[in-house]
Design a protein around this ligand. Structure first.
Ligand code: F6R
Length: 242
């Protein structure tokens, strides 16, 4: 694992954006695995800036997102499809048909998971997978449990995740209780993985990810077994590391 400690959120975002941009420049038709949540927003803003300056093009990029809430339409302002449109896709030259997010409205979640897994597989999995980190060590919506789920699947969100995400909704009751997420196997097949973490509330999860035992109780701990992982955190998020 390579670990970069940046002084604050802006520096973290800039370095993350630089690594994503390097991937796009070196392989213009790469498959980017993308994440939502508050942590990657600064990196997406930086990528948009470089695109606007003419320094970066997403014209050939294909993208696969990690996850989506069950029951939210793509137009719902808390859906992950909406997030991606609003924070990145609408502002760069990525071809809409080349962007993939699981459908939260599919009538049969099991079929949608199988379809999505096939999409990611047909693309050859991600060249670079961007990940945020849950306070409980989740990646995608792979919550702590007794095994590492392999493929894209339906999950019941834990109370801690519902409470963490309630800040984006009118109340915790409005947070969807289920999501579709790439599995740990889907994520681990990415050729490189970039984790971004910001703030003291991630310090414990970062420490367990980097130096704790590999256990499905801390899903991100499996990244210790991946050959090409970069973690970029600000000082607060890395404060639990020696
Ligand atoms: C988002 C995702 C989640 C978030 C995680 C951290 O697509 O899969 O795992 O990355 O919950 O969220 P933030 O960045 O909001 O702290």
């Amino acid at each position: 694992m390579r670990i970069y400690c940046e002084k604050d959120y802006n520096a973290m975002s800039r370095r993350a954006a630089a690594i994503i941009a390097a991937q796009v420049v070196s392989k213009p038709d790469c498959v980017l695995g993308l994440a939502t949540g508050s942590t990657p927003i600064g990196a997406y803003q930086q990528l948009v800036k470089w695109y606007q300056q003419g320094d970066l093009s997403f014209a050939q990029v294909r993208s696969v997102n990690l996850d989506e809430y069950v029951g939210l339409a793509p137009t719902h302002d808390q859906s992950y499809r909406y997030f991606m449109q609003h924070n990145l896709f609408d502002h760069v030259d990525i071809v809409p048909e080349n962007t993939n997010v699981p459908s939260g409205l599919a009538p049969d979640a099991g079929l949608e998971c199988a379809r999505y897994e096939d999409v990611v597989k047909a693309l050859g999995y991600a060249d670079l997978q961007l990940l945020g980190l849950g306070r409980n060590g989740h990646i995608g919506f792979n919550e702590p449990c007794d095994h590492f789920p392999v493929a894209t699947h339906l999950v019941d969100l834990t109370q801690s995740t519902i409470e963490a995400n309630a800040r984006f909704f009118a109340s915790a009751d409005d947070v969807p209780k289920q999501a579709l997420t790439m599995g740990i196997g889907t994520i681990m097949r990415a050729r490189s993985i970039l984790v971004v973490a910001s703030g003291a509330d991630k310090a414990d999860a970062v420490a367990k990810t980097v130096a704790g035992p590999v256990t499905p109780e801390v899903p991100a701990s499996i990244l210790q077994l991946h050959p090409n992982v970069t973690i970029i955190g600000d000082e607060a998020a890395l404060s639990g590391l020696k």
